[in-house]
Design a protein around this ligand. Structure first.
Ligand code: BGC
Length: 251
């Protein structure tokens, strides 16, 4: 059965992707459309690309949008891996003006986490679910009985005198040319620290590298069950679309 449609946009460091979403199935309703992230990735330049993505599908309704930083009620508060000029930007105002549509902007890992809990690897799991996305940085989503606690930023825990993501993100594996085993040892240290603080019932691991989970996930030692994400690179789009649709219905 297919159902109501929403729309999700995923703003990343290298690409801005979007697609209509089947909100019943939690799946893309059409092929994703991707444009490169402009350089420099200033708010105005990015907003214009978001408009082009919406125009490509002639989508006029409300839409959800991910952003790789803290987004508090539409206000961008940090910029770990994006242009610093975003800090202090009212992303809702910016995107509403640039696109003429109604946006809901959320942290990228939060969007992916919501998608995994509603439709993916943590579907129907009650209690405390932690979704961790391993990419350029480490994103986190904390979901308690289906309810998101936004902007947890667990990639920036200080661990062994380092910002955790600078040692354990997938970009650190590439930069330091680590074997799967050596990287898994860093991830074990990271996830053991996180599980001692939050005691999650389940940890879902996402990000592009979760595609190769068979190579390394079994090497990560945790008390908590670790499972790979199910929605892979559509998770952000699907989660953002779902959150935007709910928000729109409530307001
Ligand atoms: C940012 C988070 C983001 C994560 C993944 C981190 O560096 O602080 O907000 O979710 O990267 O993009």
């Amino acid at each position: 059965m297919s159902g109501e449609r929403g729309f999700g946009v995923d703003i990343g460091g290298s690409g801005i992707k979007g697609a209509p979403v089947d909100l019943h199935k939690g799946d893309l309703a059409d092929e994703r459309f991707r444009l490169p992230t402009p350089e420099p990735s200033t708010p105005a330049a990015v907003a214009d690309v978001v408009r082009q993505v919406l125009d490509h599908f002639a989508w006029t309704g409300p839409f959800g949008c991910t952003f790789p930083a803290v987004v508090q009620h539409g206000m961008v508060r940090t910029a770990a891996n994006v242009d610093e000029s975003w800090i202090g930007t009212d992303a809702h105002k910016l995107l509403a003006t640039a696109t003429g549509r109604q946006p809901l902007v959320v942290n990228d890992a939060d969007a992916a986490g919501v998608a995994e809990v509603r439709f993916g690897a943590a579907k129907g799991v009650q209690g405390v679910v932690l979704v961790s996305t391993l990419g350029t940085g480490i994103g986190s989503a904390l979901i308690v009985d289906g309810q998101l606690v936004p902007n947890t930023e667990l990639g920036h825990l200080e661990l062994d005198k380092h910002d955790a993501e600078s040692r354990a993100a997938d970009s650190a594996r590439e930069r330091d040319q680590l074997s799967w085993k050596a990287w898994a040892a860093r991830l074990s240290r990271y996830f053991q620290h996180v599980e001692n603080l939050f005691w999650p019932d389940l940890i879902v691991v996402g990000g592009g590298v979760s595609k190769h989970a068979d190579k390394w996930l079994h090497l990560v030692e945790t008390r908590t069950t670790l499972v790979p994400a199910a929605l892979r690179n559509s998770a952000g789009i699907v989660g953002a679309a779902a959150l935007a649709a709910e928000h729109h219905h409530q307001h």
